[in-house]
Design a protein around this ligand. Structure first.
Ligand code: GUN
Length: 294
């Protein structure tokens, strides 16, 4: 039987409408609108595109967006100075430093400069630290992992005691997704480049999350029949027969896997819109926290 295709755009659109209504209510009550500052260093085309999309979505729901595009050669000191200034700017409730940063910059030191209550990416060591612990609550949960869990919930995935396999151990997706799945009582395996018998490990999964950045790597025979599969990958591949000469594909071979999986979140059209919706939710939350701190 063909898999149920999970429409991330439809779920994200519902979330955006809720946020838009809440922001409109805040403004009607004379509260200042939530504000998000984006910091982009360098000219990575994919990062430029992601940041543009985040800014556009902010504007559409009434969140103020403040964009800072810095040249690739900007020094560590200059980036940290900007982030510190944004940290004390009352119009800015959330700060997003787009990753990856150019190689000469110390990512950890930059992220440490973001005040905890403005860490809408959830990448601050204290927020990640809390995510690793039982009974602790991070102020913000990273947006893509939160989107993965929300999509699984939307299609009625059973987490309790499920075998979950996460392909990839990145700080942005793989590791926090695995932590969230543990909090939901799944038994979690994290796979990476040294994992032996990757297809065999994946085949045990009731829930399979692919976030490795390898175009269409996950094939039908890697997937347990009926499994919930979430494709987080976003890979640009050559497509000479198209106008642009390229197209975007996920880490999952969609046409192959849809015949086996129970539910499948495609890429594009699955987790991508959920990441941005999560960012808007976190920015709204940051504005509410700032209001409570007054
Ligand atoms: N680069 C890729 N995904 C993300 C994200 O969610 N946040 C930031 N800041 N950078 C990214």
């Amino acid at each position: 039987m063909a898999a149920k295709i999970i429409d991330g755009e439809a779920v994200a659109s519902r979330i955006r409408e809720e946020i838009k209504a809440t922001v409109a209510e805040m403004v009607a009550n004379n509260q200042s609108p939530p504000g998000l500052a984006t910091v982009l260093v360098g000219e990575n085309p994919a990062s430029q595109q992601y940041v543009r999309m985040k800014q556009n979505r902010c504007k559409k729901v009434g969140i103020q967006s403040f964009g800072y595009n810095l040249p690739a050669e900007t020094s560590q000191e200059e980036v940290e100075k900007l982030v510190s200034e944004l940290g004390s700017d009352p119009k800015v409730h959330g700060i997003l430093v787009q990753l990856p940063l150019p190689d000469h910059l110390d990512e950890e030191a930059v992220l440490n400069t973001i005040p905890l209550h403005k860490d809408i990416d959830g990448f601050h060591p204290v927020n990640i630290g809390r995510l690793t612990m039982k009974g602790r609550k991070p102020l913000f949960i990273p947006c893509t992992p939160a989107g993965v869990i929300r999509l699984l919930e939307e299609v009625g995935a059973e987490f309790d005691g499920a075998e979950a396999v996460v392909l990839g151990r990145s700080n942005i997706v793989g590791m926090p997704t695995a932590l969230l799945l543990i909090h939901k009582n799944a038994t979690v395996t994290i796979c990476h480049s040294r994992t032996k018998d990757l297809p065999g490990v994946c085949r045990k999964a009731d829930i399979l999350v692919a976030a490795v950045g390898r175009p269409q790597m996950v094939k039908a025979d890697w997937v347990k029949p009926g499994a919930f599969v979430i494709d987080v990958g976003s890979n640009r591949v050559d497509a000479p027969d198209t106008e642009k000469g390229y197209r975007w594909v996920g880490d999952v071979d969609f046409d192959d896997v849809k015949e086996v999986a129970g539910a499948l979140s495609p890429s594009p059209g699955g987790v991508g819109p959920m990441t941005i919706a999560g960012l808007l939710q976190n920015t709204l939350r940051a504005a509410q926290i700032a209001d409570e701190m007054k």
